[in-house]
Structures are given as C-alpha cells and as structure tokens.
Design a protein around this ligand. Structure first.
Ligand SMILES: [Zn+2]
Ligand SMILES: [Zn+2]
Length: 351
C-alpha cells in the first residue's frame, strides 16, 4: 500500500477524510503502528475550532489510540513488530531535565505532538516518535478497547487525582462528567475519599457516573444551587479537593468558590479563553491551584490497574464505527448527540 486513509485538519472549522502517504520511520527511535482502535477527544474539537495554538494545519488528527507495532526503528529497544501497544498522548525523550522529573508534558523535544503538530492516529497507520517511552504494552487479558484510554483521558484523570493529593475520607468535587471527568472520578476513588460529588448539566451523564459507582452525590446546576449543596455536604466548609474538568467560565468560578480554605483546586480543563482569578475576593482562603496539561508518566501503572479492573473505562464507550464514518462521529460526539460519551473508531473498511 502506498497510501492510507486519514482524517486531516485542513483549516479552522474544516476536517476531511483523505488519502495520505503511508508513514515511514524518520528517526531510529520511531515505530510505525497499525491503528486498531482510536477515539475522538474533545481536544480534537479544540484543534478544529482553532483554540490550540500549538496545532498545525494539515495534520492528521487523533492522539488517543492503540494498535500493533508493524515496524520499529533501529534504536527501539523494548518493542518489536507484532506487539500490541497503547500510545501515550505525549512524545518524550525520557532523558531531559523535565522528563527526569516526570514532567513529560514539557519534554524539550516533545509533549503533545501526535495529532497536533505531527500526524496522529485517526488513520490506518501512524509514525510514533520515541517509541520506547511512548508505548505501553497491552497485557494479554486486556482488550484493545479496555486499553484505548490509557494514554490520554485516563492518563489525565489519573494524573489529576494524583496531583490533587486526595486524603482518605475527604470530599472531592468533580466539575464535569464527560470522559475526562469520569476518568478523574474513577482515579479519585483509588485514594478512598469519603465522598465524590459530580457536577454536570447532563442528567444522563450524572446517572451513569452514579450507577457505576464513580461518584456518591450528583448535582445539576440547571436544578441545584451547587455552591449551597456542596457547603451543606461539607459542614459548611466547602470541598477539600476540587477538579475543574468542564472548562467554562462559570465552572472555573465555581471551582474556587466551592473549595474550602486551604483546598487544592486542580484545573484540568482546556479553556477557549482567559479566566480571571479575583484574588481580592479569595484573599485569606489560601488556595493551591494546579493547572493542566497532563504529565502522562504513569501509563504502566494505569495499565496494571486496568488489567486488575481497578480502573474500567468500558462504561464510556457508547459508539463504535469504522474510520469511514469518522465525520459522523465528530458530529455526534462533538454535539453530544444520542448520549455519546466516547466515539470509538475501528479500522477503515474497504469493500
Ligand atoms: Zn485528548
Ligand atoms: Zn524529555
């Protein structure tokens, strides 16, 4: 095959399923992956809408995918053709100042590259840089779909819960019950908070989170006074830990308002515009803000937790269709139609 199918971001507001050249190894640390499952992520929508400054027009989208290694460069040590792998959203060298400290998002030669600055995984094949660091082996008992989110949304939720420093018996407030919010809740559970409070405008998403045991209390701002309710649930103090995963102006405000004094507020969301922090109003509240994006440096641990079912993202897969139908996927996922949480892309079908 000389060419393959791939979803290309043409310019602001425009994507197209195109024929593109088959990817080739360009650096000895690269590997080529045949994509077996990919997903559409809200960051893809941000790119299309032109709100990701680092994204490059003409790039193949897709940064959340799994597949089979079909070719490995001469410097790849840990992986060989035939291996099933989950791919990390971040490409990183493993050796620079930031990588050595686990801050792989700021690797001097990487960070979020795939499906943003270099061609990504909403395609039949993809070149993945720094394969030894980028790949997480998928164990035999784990399906491709169970591993699909390890490198991106699940890595993000896991990282958020980790930097949130959740103490046992505390109260964690999660704003947003979309894919990243759900992953944040299930990762927060690992730290045994007494209560996880989920907030979303979709009753459907809240009901799912509750039914699957990811949260204990659900609040819908369309109906509930969230601030009052959170205070009532915390003896008037506010939440010990707040995770802002929704990414709107009102949710950013709610995040610091609903936090108790000395809380940690983890801002995971990617905003389309500037937010303001009114320090004069929060003086004396002594908050700690921690901001995104994810340092996806724990994918090995996450895969073990997936293998042992302590993290299970299968509840998020609501839709599944071949690469042929990906534009329909963008419409349904992007507009949250038909109860869509995650749209999974299966390989392109030629008849
Ligand atoms: Zn993503
Ligand atoms: Zn590095």
């Amino acid at each position: 095959m000389e060419t393959m199918k791939a979803l290309v971001w043409k310019e602001k507001g425009k994507v197209e399923l195109c024929d593109r050249p088959m990817p080739k190894i360009v650096d000895p640390r690269d590997a080529i992956v045949r994509v077996t499952r990919a997903s559409i992520c809200s960051s893809d929508l941000h790119i299309i809408h032109g709100t990701v400054p680092r994204a490059k027009e003409g790039v193949v989208l897709g940064h959340e995918f799994v597949g089979e290694v079909v070719e490995a460069g001469s410097a790849v040590r840990r992986f060989k053709p035939g291996d099933r792998v989950a791919v990390n959203v971040e490409s990183f060298c493993g050796e620079c100042f930031f990588c050595k400290r686990g801050y792989v998002n700021n690797c001097v030669e990487g960070g979020w590259e795939l499906g943003c600055r270099i061609n990504g995984g909403q395609a039949e094949y993809v070149r993945v840089p720094t394969a030894d660091q980028s790949f997480t082996r998928i164990p035999e008992g784990v399906s491709d779909e169970d591993a699909l989110f390890v490198g991106d949304v699940l890595a993000t939720g896991y990282w958020a819960a980790q930097i949130g420093e959740i103490a046992p018996a505390s109260t964690a407030l999660v704003l947003g019950a979309g894919p990243t919010g759900l992953c944040t809740m299930m990762s927060a559970r690992l730290y045994s908070p007494a209560k996880i409070i989920a907030v979303d405008v979709s009753d459907e998403r809240l009901a799912l989170a509750k039914a699957k045991g990811l949260c204990d209390v659900t609040l819908n701002p369309k109906r509930d006074d969230v601030l009052c309710a959170v205070r009532a649930l915390t003896e008037g103090r506010g939440a010990d830990r707040v995770f802002e995963v929704a990414g709107a102006k009102n949710t950013f405000e709610l995040a610091w308002q609903a936090a108790r004094p000395n809380a940690v507020v983890v801002v995971v969301a990617l905003y389309a515009e500037a937010q303001s922090i009114p320090l004069q109003l929060m003086y004396g509240k002594n908050l700690t803000f921690k901001t995104g994006g994810v340092d996806a440096n724990s994918c090995g641990d996450i895969m073990k937790l997936v293998e042992t079912k302590q993290l299970d993202t299968s509840l998020m897969i609501t839709h599944r269709a071949p690469l042929n139908d990906i534009l329909t996927g963008y419409d349904i996922f992007g507009n949250q139609k038909d109860g869509c949480i995650k749209w999974v892309v299966t390989p392109y079908e030629r008849n």
